[in-house]
Write a protein that binds this ligand. Structure first.
Ligand SMILES: [Zn+2]
Length: 137
């Protein structure tokens, strides 16, 4: 189920590309792993420690239902963003990384308006255009 942007902004406070990427990555992972939201899923995030990259974590919490309150999402230091989804019930893992073109584009965004406009565009893109997926069984 796709989280709408209004709902995401209400939770997070503003619209940005990393928030949207978190939403998309979580949705993609649930679909690929056929996982249920909230429980039985563990999410590990690398490289999202500082703003704006850390906004990714809120998008992931919203889309996967893995939350800090339940202790099933964790973040780790890294220079590169990577997300690992682990479905405990099915014992399946999926990693999601950002495509090189996307990383380049994100680094060229300047200011709020630019970021918001790109976030909206991202929301309507097919996730496979921006992510590299790898399943580990
Ligand atoms: Zn943010």
């Amino acid at each position: 189920m796709k989280i709408n942007l209004k709902e995401a902004i209400k939770f997070h406070g503003h619209l940005g590309p990393y928030l949207v990427l978190g939403l998309l990555a979580g949705e993609t992972a649930l679909k690929k792993l056929k996982s249920k939201k909230y429980f039985g899923l563990k999410v590990s995030v690398w490289g999202a420690n500082k703003k704006p990259k850390s906004c990714l974590v809120d998008g992931l919490q919203l889309s996967t239902g893995a939350t800090y309150g339940k202790g099933n999402i964790h973040k780790y230091n890294s220079r590169i963003i990577k997300i690992l989804f682990f479905d405990k019930n099915r014992n399946r893992r999926l990693t999601i990384a950002l495509k090189k073109d996307l990383i380049f584009k994100l680094n060229t965004l300047k200011g709020h308006r630019d970021s918001e406009a790109f976030a909206k565009k991202l929301y309507n893109l097919k996730p496979l255009k921006v992510f590299d997926l790898q399943s580990i069984t």
